[in-house]
Ligand binder design. Structure first.
Ligand SMILES: [Cu+2]
Length: 148
């Protein structure tokens, strides 16, 4: 238990969060939006297993719903579509980022603020799950490396 706690602290300090050695979740953050607009969850998933993995869903502590979505710009205007699953080939990275794939999060049980952490669990087609802490940022954030 103490060992796990120390490991968790080290991971947060390094900005690297992973649930096992082979499927890594990096640069995990959530962008809050004003009013009743849903928040977006973003991350980079690194598949270092020896096989294709298929992301099929997510849950987030403190949110009623979490859905895999993709934003697409068509004829100059943006649309969002639900995504049932996303395959991540061997050795590749899947990037969730503003303007593309996102986890749509709505509504929060309690108000969140920049600097908070939200535990998000990703679900895969083989029944496995991976959990990571997502760092909450404000509406102006455009990416992981930007300030809150
Ligand atoms: Cu969406």
């Amino acid at each position: 238990m103490v060992k796990n706690l120390v490991a968790g602290v080290l991971l947060v300090l390094s900005g690297l969060v992973f649930a096992n050695e082979n499927v890594r979740i990096n640069q995990a953050w959530i962008r809050l939006l004003p009013g009743d607009l849903p928040a977006g969850g973003y991350f980079v998933l690194d598949n270092r297993t020896g096989h294709t993995i298929t992301l099929t869903g997510a849950t987030a502590e403190g949110f009623t719903r979490a859905m895999l979505h993709r934003s697409i710009v068509t004829d100059g205007h943006g649309e969002m579509h639900p995504v049932a699953s996303i395959e991540v080939p061997v050795g590749s990275q899947l990037r969730f980022a503003p303007g593309g794939y996102h986890i749509m999060l709505m509504p929060p049980h309690d108000p969140l603020k920049p600097g908070d952490q939200v535990a998000v669990t990703l679900k895969f087609a083989d029944g496995s799950t991976r959990r990571a802490e997502f760092l909450v940022k404000g509406a102006a954030a455009r990416g992981w490396s930007e300030s809150q």
